[in-house]
Write a protein of this length. Structure first.
Length: 256
């Protein structure tokens, strides 16, 4: 019952939230964001780091140090397992923002978050870029305009990569494989350990939005087309990943 209530609240408040987000962005955050913090990450190879179980088989600390890495959501939960740290973290999901708010409020990493994170309690600091979201299936390379946000945060990370004018885009940890028993895009409280992410505690006994794999594939195809049009190679190095949209590579190819 609570899951249905959460979904209904999301639907009923959609337009008021969008109006508030847009106003806050246009009148305040667009000018207050320190966009220059991203300048040191431009024109370099990018590493997109997903949250799949395959990360436990991925030697993140041994990946080429010239890569600028973009982590997502609760990537900080992997810190206890590796010395590797992302350069940028992005998160657009309200559940995840609430659940990971303490980390977001103390991290010194560059964080790219939606406006809603601000009124969910994430404090405005120089290392945080609050962006405006738009529900559209489009690769928007200018995140100062907006970020397209649909069914996967990986699409968000790919747009951040596009904004950085990368030499290449390299993907790890995007397993594209989930175990769940409800409809895609519905809300569920996960009882017990999380088998869908690199940490059993990722959504353990917490609410999460169920993935839409076919919808994600549409977005990945759009991303592939965008980067190919810019002559930017994009390669999936996920260990034993199930995604077939991008060209595949062996993880050994990007190790130092």
């Amino acid at each position: 019952m609570k899951e249905k209530t959460l979904v209904l609240l999301k639907v009923w408040t959609y337009y008021p939230r969008r109006i508030l987000d847009t106003l806050l962005y246009l009148l305040y955050f667009r000018y207050m964001n320190n966009w220059s913090i991203l300048s040191k990450f431009t024109n370099k190879p990018i590493l997109i780091v997903g949250n799949g179980p395959s990360l436990n088989k991925t030697p993140l600390a041994d990946i080429d140090k010239s890569f600028i890495s973009i982590g997502m959501n609760k990537i900080n939960l992997i810190y206890e397992k590796t010395s590797w740290r992302p350069d940028i973290i992005t998160c657009v999901n309200g559940f995840v923002i609430r659940q990971n708010k303490e980390y977001f409020n103390t991290s010194d990493k560059v964080l790219i978050l939606p406006i809603r994170a601000f009124y969910l309690g994430v404090k405005h600091r120089d290392n945080i870029l609050f962006v405006n979201l738009k529900d559209t299936n489009k690769v928007e390379p200018n995140i100062q305009k907006y970020l397209s946000s649909t069914c996967t945060v990986t699409f968000t990370a790919l747009q951040v990569a596009a904004y950085l004018n990368p030499k290449s885009v390299n993907i790890v940890g995007v397993d594209h494989s989930f175990v769940f028993d409800e409809k895609p895009n519905s809300v569920q409280k996960l009882e017990g350990d999380d088998v869908n992410h690199f940490s059993k505690d990722y959504f353990k006994n917490q609410y999460w939005g169920l993935p839409d794999l076919p919808g994600s594939e549409i977005l990945y195809k759009l991303s592939k087309e965008y980067f190919e049009s810019k002559k930017v190679p994009i390669t999936d190095f996920t260990v034993e990943g199930k995604l077939t949209i991008f060209n595949k590579g062996n993880i050994a190819e990007i190790l130092q």
